[in-house]
Design a protein around this ligand. Structure first.
Ligand SMILES: O=C(O)CCC(=O)C(=O)O
Length: 301
């Protein structure tokens, strides 16, 4: 498997801009292998065993299916794919995403993430003991692929200190029409402005509260006012973008007739690298297991 060594200039760009696009990160064969394998997984998927995924009301919609998906391959439907409990599309066109442990449970996805190029890039970016905490396959379906509202990944995958790194790999061309990513250069320099954290009220349901709450930090201002400075991150199939955990990004709904499949990894610094996984994160392993067991990614997955 080809390895892609990032240059010192690319590392500088990543730290300076908060993101780094790497062309041809994945080969055509790798993109086809991941897409082909996902088609097989969908064909085996029992659509009854699912829920809808939307970023618009995430605090309210964090259901058991979502909260239990850390260590599974779970499937989530597009909001507009269902009406009155009935699917409006066949399941392969109704799915929003699959996650969050493709890298653990599926040999084809695992093979891709264990390729030397991912590990080499992550270490060059300064991670001492990177832990791969989640993987996702996002479909962004033609016509119904929903918007992803602006956010920072460190809000959703929190360590102390913040250390999240996203890797977003385009498996199909990502264009203005089909809902490419948009990002705000240098926005990571303002720090993490909120944390999506478990409600500490044990009676949240009875009290009419949500299971997860978005808590603003006192240190970073809410950067959402700076909407004009977003730039589109258009990519060809095989290109990838590394996203700093505090980098503001989003994507618009896909109104076009073309899908925009992508594969995402999120890593954090592990305990030996000096970061602690937050107990407030939505993503937790079952009792007795911990993210620390995935330190020194990718050898130890
Ligand atoms: O794929 C998208 O449209 C958005 C994905 C994203 O924002 C993320 O993975 O953090």
């Amino acid at each position: 498997m080809m390895t892609t060594e990032l240059t010192a200039e690319q590392i500088r760009q990543y730290h300076d801009e908060g993101y780094l696009v790497v062309e041809n990160f994945a080969s055509d064969e790798e993109c086809q292998a991941l897409k082909g394998r996902m088609a097989e997984l969908i064909s085996d998927w029992n659509v009854e065993d699912t829920s809808v995924f939307t970023t618009k009301e995430q605090a309210r919609t964090s259901d058991d299916h979502f909260m239990d998906s850390a260590n599974r391959i779970s499937f989530f439907l597009e909001e507009d794919a269902e009406k009155n409990g009935m699917l409006q599309k066949d399941k392969s066109h109704a799915i929003n995403k699959a996650g969050h442990a493709l890298h653990i449970h599926d040999p084809v996805f695992k093979n891709f993430v264990q390729s030397g190029k991912v590990s080499s890039a992550v270490h060059k970016m300064g991670y001492k003991s990177p832990s791969l905490v989640q993987s996702m396959y996002i479909f962004k379906q033609p016509k119904i692929g929903g918007e992803v509202t602006e956010h920072q990944d460190s809000s959703f995958l929190t360590t102390n200190p913040p250390s999240c790194l996203g890797l977003w790999v385009a498996l199909e061309d990502a264009t203005l029409e089909n809902g490419c990513l948009w990002g705000r250069p240098k926005s990571h320099k303002g720090g993490v402005y909120s944390y999506f954290t478990r409600n500490t009220n044990p009676n949240w349901k009875e009290d009419g509260e949500t299971r997860m709450v978005m808590k603003p930090t006192s240190t970073a201002p809410d950067p959402k006012t700076e909407g004009d400075s977003y730039v589109p991150l258009m990519m060809k199939a095989g290109d990838a973008v590394f996203l700093h955990g505090a980098f503001m990004h989003k994507s618009y709904a896909n109104k076009s007739g073309k899908a925009r499949h992508s594969f995402q990894l999120h890593l954090v610094e592990g305990p030996s690298g000096g970061a602690q996984w937050s107990e407030g994160n939505w993503l937790q392993y079952p009792p007795g297991q911990s993210f620390a067991q995935f330190e020194n990614y990718p050898q130890d997955i």
